[in-house]
Design a protein around this ligand. Structure first.
Ligand SMILES: NC(=O)N[C@@H](CC(=O)O)C(=O)O
Ligand SMILES: [Zn+2]
Ligand SMILES: [Zn+2]
Length: 425
């Protein structure tokens, strides 16, 4: 196993130091280290972060390997600075059995670019009628701890209560896609001024907020852990703020796109901007940014949602919702938060690793710590070219935009997965 000596790198924004990576761990840090057997990397101007952890990734395998595979999604993740991703269950077949979650877990190991932690479905086939075999998925080789019907809301309150009760035994989490389905029938975009002007059926903020309000009460009643996926409205932030103040065990995520893009993009009728929950307003964005700074929202999660060309480059009404995220998330975070490295490390690595229980991830580079880390060049700027992305899909909303920051290298347990901005395999 090759050793790597990174010279003069800023660890999470601190004064530059040298980092020696050997035998899968950070062996030493300090000034003017030397290691004759190590490959030397110049870290001048670079920032070392704990490897990013994505709690919300769609890898599309099994079933839609034309849109993404575990391998192509893993490569996109590594290039984005990630060392672990949690793979959502809305595959085909659905990841609702021990067999499917073990398959995804094994494919992740074989790709070897990031740790792929499968998320299990809450209900059989995501149909919202019958609990899936949560215990068998938890006991499987994939050791599932997060369960989600993402793409669908667990709308039935009794099922949601049962799911929360069930996972309590092994400290599991239910990650909810908060969308009251009766309030979003036929919805195409955020319900507001723009939808009225365009004559498109709206997805009202209250459809999200009503479910979050219900679920924090259920989680409080049961004493279980709830995670809220892709929070998108100012009203949701207020519900979460109150719940957290009462001590409810709730965590929440926001996506890069909900921190940056508004519903005004729908005026282009370009379906690349169609996503669930929909892009909201500038007021919502301001509330989400403040909540992220404060910790009312715990993490940034990508909701990386690759879609094949025929599912995306069609009429708005027929296009699937969702957009790519893994290869641009750090750049959007840098754009939105500025070089607040400790905050970025907390929201994109430490906190998601803690929530998912991924020990070995989310730890700042320090002697003895597993060498899961990424090197960022904050001064670099790059133009996003969809054709150059490692993802098998092309549905990025940032095409031809110039974004700050570039991932220079990523290490997974001491082995580079990305060097010089390029994937190793
Ligand atoms: N976010 C989306 O718009 N789409 C996701 C599902 C989801 O996250 O709800 C997908 O699987 O494509
Ligand atoms: Zn969702
Ligand atoms: Zn999703």
């Amino acid at each position: 196993m090759t050793a790597y000596l990174i010279k003069s790198v800023s660890v999470v924004g601190a004064e530059p130091t040298d980092l020696l990576i050997r035998d899968g761990v950070v062996a030493e840090t300090g000034a003017a280290l030397s290691a004759p057997d190590a490959t030397v990397l110049d870290g001048t101007g670079l920032v070392a972060l704990p490897g990013l952890v994505d709690l919300h990734t769609h890898l599309r395998e099994p079933g839609r390997e034309d849109a993404e595979t575990v391998e192509t999604g893993s490569r996109a993740a590594a290039l984005g600075g990630y060392t672990a991703v949690c793979a959502m269950a809305n595959t085909s077949p659905v990841a609702d059995t021990a067999g499917v979650v073990e398959q995804v877990w094994r494919l992740g190991r074989e790709a070897g670019l990031v740790d792929v932690q499968p998320i299990g479905a809450v209900t059989v086939g995501l149909a919202g009628e019958q609990l899936a075999e949560l215990g068998a998925m938890a006991d499987s080789a994939a050791r599932v701890r997060i369960f989600s019907d993402d793409g669908h809301c667990v709308a039935d309150p009794k099922l949601m209560r049962r799911a929360l009760e069930y996972v309590k035994a092994f400290d599991g989490i239910i990650a909810q896609h908060a969308e009251e389905p009766r309030l979003t029938e036929g919805a195409q975009m955020h319900e507001g001024e723009v939808s009225t002007r365009l004559g498109l059926t709206g997805w009202p903020a209250v459809a999200e907020e009503a479910i979050i309000a219900r679920d924090v009460l259920l989680a409080e009643h049961v004493g279980s852990r709830l995670h809220v996926c892709h929070v998108s409205t100012a009203g949701s932030v207020e519900v979460l703020r109150q719940a957290k103040a009462r001590g409810v065990k709730v965590t929440a995520e926001v996506t890069p796109h909900h921190l940056l893009l508004t519903d005004a993009h729908a005026e282009t009728y370009d379906p690349v901007y169609k996503v669930n929950p929909p892009l909201r307003t500038a007021t919502d964005i301001a509330a989400l940014r403040a909540a992220l700074a404060e910790g009312v929202i715990d993490i940034i999660a990508t909701d990386h949602a690759p879609h094949a060309v025929e599912d995306k480059e069609c009429e708005w009404a027929y296009a699937r919702p969702g957009m790519l995220g893994l290869e641009t998330a750090l750049s959007i975070a840098l754009d939105v938060l500025g070089p607040q490295w400790d905050l970025i490390a907390e929201r994109m690595s430490r906190a998601p690793a803690r929530i998912a229980g991924l020990t070995g991830h989310g730890l700042d580079p320090a002697p003895g710590v597993p060498a899961n880390l990424t090197l960022v060049d904050p001064a670099a700027r790059r133009v996003i070219e969809p054709a150059e992305l490692a993802s098998r899909s092309r549905n990025t909303p940032y095409a031809r935009m110039t974004l700050p920051g570039r991932i220079v290298a990523t290490f997974l347990r001491g082995e580079p997965t990305v060097l010089d901005g390029k994937a190793i395999k």
